[in-house]
Ligand binder design. Structure first.
Ligand code: ZN
Length: 434
């Protein structure tokens, strides 16, 4: 993008050597990562006019209107060159036909766009930026050299990125000294748009609490609101239920604490949330992770089994409270077998492809029906093994379970440090990690 800005500033530098700018760049990434913002920023940096249009606007038009609109757009842009044309949601017009059913209007619009892109002179300085979150669905013709031949990935921000984005949004609200590190760590995997929302929620909370500025705890609370829903103040759990939830959560925390390769426990709470969660254990990774090894993934499944295991070991019962854990554990175990090549049986064979990587990432199996049912057995083995390990950890540490659970029932929310103190006080300083 910096190169595009530079080209628009001094085209002669590039012309001298005979280079011409890529005509188009495709901004690809998950929703909320700032594709439109980047396109705008390029126009502002380059101090050129910015023409923006959304692909979905073309779809509802009468036949012929879309093509005419594209023609107009390029005509205007040609007169105002150098300038930037931004087409948001380009997949709405540039989608590959896979159903066999054509959409005349879309085809005509697309053809007009291709013609215009081929027709104009790259040296004039009209740059076309387009954004999509489903790059795999675009027609090949759009991606050919001379059209959108450059691809710019907008990814979810990493830790440093999140801190920087938070700082930008915090400029807009009055705040005291904020511990950015804690907040940024707690929201791994959030997009820029979500970060903006978190800061705004924190500001609203500060107003609700009758304060004049946003504090770190406002931000922490709004992170939890975004992750798990708002606190449900009027939900009253019976003492028996509260006890069950407390042991369930301590089960997760204890299993996490007793394993290496697992993120430290940051907070445990049994205040019900509007999302339906009756409590949760928040783990916050101390560093940024790009790779995960088999042990880490497996231990994560063990930690997810911790809640249910506590119900079993302590109360000799099972509850519906583990449904979300079960869902996540199964997803992880399945990915280990089908996508990460982490099962003995299937070695490095890919058994699943991910379709919409940027939109939820639904996947489809690429193997025979026989193998598919065998995969289920493999997945079950992984989960069984993890569940057994969790049960073992809990039964070996019942004293900590009881102490931590009664502390949690009394306080309703405890910090990771408070929890680790109970763990360490009761393990005689030995390293019980396995
Ligand atoms: Zn759970």
């Amino acid at each position: 993008m910096a190169e595009i800005v530079d080209f628009l500033h001094n085209p002669s530098k590039y012309a001298e050597i005979g280079a011409s700018l890529p005509k188009g760049a495709l901004l690809v990434g998950p929703p909320g990562t700032g594709k439109t913002l980047i396109a705008r920023a390029v126009a502002v940096e380059a101090k050129v006019p910015f023409f923006a249009i959304s692909g979905s606007e073309f779809v509802q038009m009468f036949v012929g209107m879309g093509a005419a609109k594209v023609r107009d757009l390029f005509k205007q842009a040609g007169e105002k060159a150098p300038c930037i044309i931004f087409i948001d949601e380009i997949d709405a017009i540039g989608k590959r036909r896979d159903t066999g059913m054509g959409n005349d209007e879309r085809e005509q619009t697309l053809n007009q766009l291709l013609t215009e892109m081929d027709g104009f002179d790259g040296r004039k300085g009209v740059v076309i930026l387009a954004a999509t979150n489903r790059p795999e669905s675009l027609v090949k013709a759009l991606l050919r050299p001379g059209r959108f031949d450059r691809r710019v990935q907008t990814e979810l921000p990493d830790l440093e990125g999140r801190k920087a984005i938070l700082a930008v949004h915090l400029k807009k609200v009055k705040h005291v000294d904020i511990d950015m590190d804690i907040v940024a760590r707690a929201i791994a995997g959030s997009s820029g748009a979500e970060l903006a929302n978190i800061v705004n929620e924190a500001a609203l909370r500060a107003v609700r609490m009758g304060r004049k500025s946003v504090t770190t705890s406002d931000l922490e609370e709004s992170v939890e609101t975004v992750l798990a829903g708002a606190q449900k103040k009027n939900a009253v759990l019976s003492d028996a239920e509260k006890k069950l939830v407390a042991y369930h959560e301590i089960g997760h925390a204890l299993v996490a604490a007793m394993q290496i390769h697992s993120a430290p426990v940051h907070k445990i709470t049994i205040i019900p949330r509007t999302s339906g969660a009756l409590g949760y254990t928040m783990q916050v990774d101390s560093g940024e992770h790009y790779l995960m090894d088999r042990d880490e993934l497996f231990n994560r499944i063990v930690t997810l089994s911790g809640g249910r295991s506590a119900e079993e070991v302590v109360f000799n019962t099972v509850t519906t409270g583990a449904s979300n854990d079960i869902e996540q554990a199964t997803k992880l175990a399945r990915a280990m077998v089908t996508r990460y090549g982490m099962s003995e049986k299937y070695d490095m064979m890919g058994l699943e492809t991910v379709n919409n990587a940027y939109l939820g990432g639904d996947s489809s199996l690429t193997c025979s029906a026989d193998t598919a049912s065998d995969i289920d057995r493999e997945v079950l083995n992984v989960i069984r093994e993890a569940h057994d390990k969790a049960r073992k950890i809990i039964s070996e540490n019942m004293e900590i379970m009881h102490k931590a659970a009664s502390f949690l029932i009394e306080k309703e929310t405890i910090t990771g440090d408070e929890f680790m103190k109970i763990v360490n006080d009761n393990t005689d300083g030995q390293n019980h990690k396995s």
